[in-house]
Design a binder for this molecule. Sequence first.
Ligand code: SAH
Ligand code: SF4
Ligand code: F3S
Length: 448
Amino acid sequence: MMKKVLIKTYGCQMNAYDSSRIQDVLAPLGYEPTENVDAADFVVLNTCHIREKASEKVYSELGRLRDMKLQRAANGRAMMIAVAGCVGQAEGAEITRRNPAVDLVFGPQTYHRLPELLKQRGDTGAAVVETEFEVANKFVALQSQPTAIQSVAAFLTIQEGCDKFCTFCVVPYTRGAEYSRPLQQIIEEAQKLAAKGVREVTLLGQNVNAYRGAGDNGPESLARLVTHLSQVRGIERIRYVTSHPRDMSDDLIAAHAQNEKLMPYLHLPAQSGNDGVLKAMNRGHTASHYRKLIERVRKAKPDMAISGDFIVGFPGETAAAFADTLQIVRDVGYAAAYSFKYSPRPGTPAAEREDQVPEAVKNERLSRLQALILQQTATFNQACVGRNLAVLLEKPGRQEGQLIGRSPYLQSVHISSPELKIGDIVPISIKSVGSNSLSGQYDGVGRV
Ligand code: SAH
Ligand code: SF4
Ligand code: F3S
């Protein structure tokens, strides 16, 4: 009898990658995926600790799962609950103390040991908490595991962890020190994905452009890795996320000008446009460094779509400092950007500061910044109307015969063309812009 597992994913793309690998690890134990909690024998919450809201969500979800587990026990049916990911790593045994219905807690670097942890849970009858850091071992263990393909566009983690210690951020504590996977290991994973029909890979890392994986002749750069991956048969498109302004090297910028498989989209978080705030954040770059970087990138690749992340209401942020953030956004002109209210996180230096910005001020700043970003995204999208964009078709749309794909600039594009199928890369002439997507038409030529 197959058992069913529901994996709920919160947080960033690295968690999405981990969730699919957790599924791969569980498959040989007889678990098949389900989206329905009532059908699930095992529920894994793959959690995010980045902001307070994200981690609080986990505890409320666990409350509901505990009730369900008790109800089932009364009917003689079992249910296992695991907390994986960054909350698991950060809070460890505190989770099983707050909620004894939780069977397993493990972090982002230990899920390859799930078979063993599940056995230990069965043998001892006690909750198991496993939060070691052993990144290299994880990837070696996962290498031999067959991969189930979720889409023609796949994530591929190449780098994990962070040594930068921005004063607001928990990632260095939840994911551990910076680690880059060896070049060959990544190429082999890309080949496996391509053999199953994947046409686009998004290379993932908390500081993906700081990649320094071992190659045959010493450490390799992200630009070199991209060159290798663009030679993997079947891989037509390459993306990478998230980059840090400090690690944006000349060879990577040049790769955008030279390599057609490298998509013209750069997610480069600035966080703030004010040098005092950037310094207090320990970002290691100034606003002018960031502006110059964007200039260099656009010189190499004029149509590059830029996206970013911003935090408003960092401790000590004045009205003038916030105005600098609005100004850098105006100057850069983003295709997309994500903005967040600063959330004090336990154990991070900025959380200890006494000059926290009041909630009402954060709200007001956030809505002003978001209005500006929304306007920029609309302008960027509108400028695509009338153009022909190469779209990789990824999934069916809601309407009969409709397909949804992505443009080179990561915009979602809706098309209704019965002759097309998922996995095609086709030139689409863009006709109109919706709130979150573009619509276009296939003129019958140029399918790849
Ligand atoms: N490594 C990436 C970001 C990882 S976290 C980088 O350095 O840019 C993703 C985003 O969450 C960050 O870019 C930041 O904007 C936001 N973030 C991180 N910690 C936060 C906090 N304490 N409060 C609000 N937003 C935060
Ligand atoms: Fe967090 Fe800064 Fe590291 Fe990004 S670079 S993960 S924001 S500490
Ligand atoms: Fe969240 Fe962990 Fe990613 S804290 S953003 S899931 S690295």
